[in-house]
Design a protein around this ligand. Structure first.
Ligand SMILES: [Zn+2]
Length: 380
């Protein structure tokens, strides 16, 4: 399923090719997030035009609404949302543990109350795989337990034990035609737990491996460590996916540490508050500095928003709460994430990734929050 085409000689960056039932995905890849069977504010034509190779769907959300019967009647998730390219579905584990009101963790799953209507539901390995089978995703994720990053050591250990046991149960469930399944490594920022979880999952021979329990509120240095504690135990010939990350600079850092796949709501989420991302960092387009700025969001960007509208006009739309404003910033931000991945792939192929990496990180200004986290780390 995964072909490792090239490894960068100076870093751990990898160029790869993932073959799925709905087509080939070139890695490193960014996957726009379509939690509710829609990448917020973007339609499939726009997604295709900006070079989207694969999108995400979500077991927890789609099972609650519209419900499996409707998606089954539509002929699966691809047909329902009219997306012909690959889809990866998350198992719902993360949402059960972060959104839902958990009533009880049982041996074969979790009893919880829906965050929508409070109804009592049960999701475990068997149910999560059955839902993903009906959705018909190209890549299904195992049902895991993702504890909070500051959970006590005992809880982290229990989560790893359940994650391993549930992964084994997931592996035994029936799948959709050609559906691949990825394991998810948990273990927080504990190196022993990360190693133990990775080794146990690798022994089960999944089609790929995700690193979960990252970007769950922990500081950036801790997140980097979680990846570094896990990566050495993952096989070179399988794809590695860091879940729920990150900023452009974080993705480049993780690519240099051997990660191939990313998904993040960031580009569309911050677009809705009027924040645009460029190769050099993010900025609030609503700022008065852009009142009469008739340049594009980012000079040289080929996205539809930058080809068509000025910063001054988009700033006006955002301030007037016009839907077009947030749609266009969503177009630009998503395009940027995909474009950066294309640049990364070209650099790895040309053998110039180390240079690209150094330059990118040097030119990128992280957010105040991330800078503060780094400062705290160096003071420790
Ligand atoms: Zn643009």
């Amino acid at each position: 399923m995964f072909e490792l085409l090239k490894t960068d000689p100076q870093t751990k960056a990898r160029l790869g090719r993932l073959t799925t039932a709905h087509g080939v995905v070139e890695t490193p890849v960014f996957m726009p997030v379509g939690t509710q069977a829609s990448v917020k504010a973007l339609d499939p034509r726009e997604l295709r035009e900006m070079g989207t190779q694969i999108v995400l769907g979500n077991t927890y959300h789609l099972n609650l609404r519209p419900g499996l019967d409707i998606i089954r009647a539509a002929g699966g998730l691809h047909k329902f949302m009219n997306w012909e390219k690959p889809i990866l579905t998350d198992s719902g584990g993360f949402q059960v543990f972060s959104l839902a009101k958990i009533r009880k963790i049982k041996p074969h799953g979790v009893e919880f109350r829906s965050h929508i209507d409070g109804s009592l539901l049960f999701l475990g390995p068997k149910e999560a795989m059955e839902i993903q089978r009906v959705l018909g995703s190209d890549i299904a994720m195992v049902f895991d337990e993702c504890p909070p990053h500051d959970a006590p050591a005992r809880e982290q250990r229990l989560a790893v034990e359940r994650t391993i046991r549930w992964a084994r149960e997931c592996r035994e469930q029936p799948r959709a035609d050609g559906q691949k399944v990825f394991g998810i490594v948990q273990g927080g920022s504990n190196p022993e737990l990360r190693e133990e979880c990775a080794r146990a999952l690798v022994a089960m021979e999944f089609d790929g491996y995700a690193i979960g329990g990252v970007s769950v509120g922990e500081a950036e240095p801790e997140m980097m460590k979680a990846i570094e504690f896990t990566e050495p135990f993952l096989p070179a010939n399988k794809a590695r996916y860091a879940m729920g990350l990150g900023t452009p600079a974080q993705m480049i850092e993780l690519i240099s540490r051997g990660v191939d796949m990313f998904d993040c709501v960031l580009p569309t989420r911050i677009a809705r508050t009027g924040t645009a991302v460029t190769h050099t960092g993010a900025f609030a387009l609503k700022g008065s500095a852009y009142k009469t700025d008739f340049g594009p969001i980012e000079e040289g960007c080929e996205c539809y928003a930058c080809r068509t509208f000025t910063r001054a006009y988009l700033r006006h739309l955002l301030r007037a709460n016009e839907i077009l404003g947030l749609r266009m910033v969503s177009v630009h931000n998503s395009h940027l994430f995909l474009k950066i991945m294309a640049e990364v792939r070209a650099a790895i192929a040309a053998g110039t990734f180390a240079e690209f990496y150094r330059e990118f990180i040097a030119n990128y200004t992280p957010s105040q929050k991330i800078l503060a986290q780094r400062q705290r780390e160096t003071e420790r």
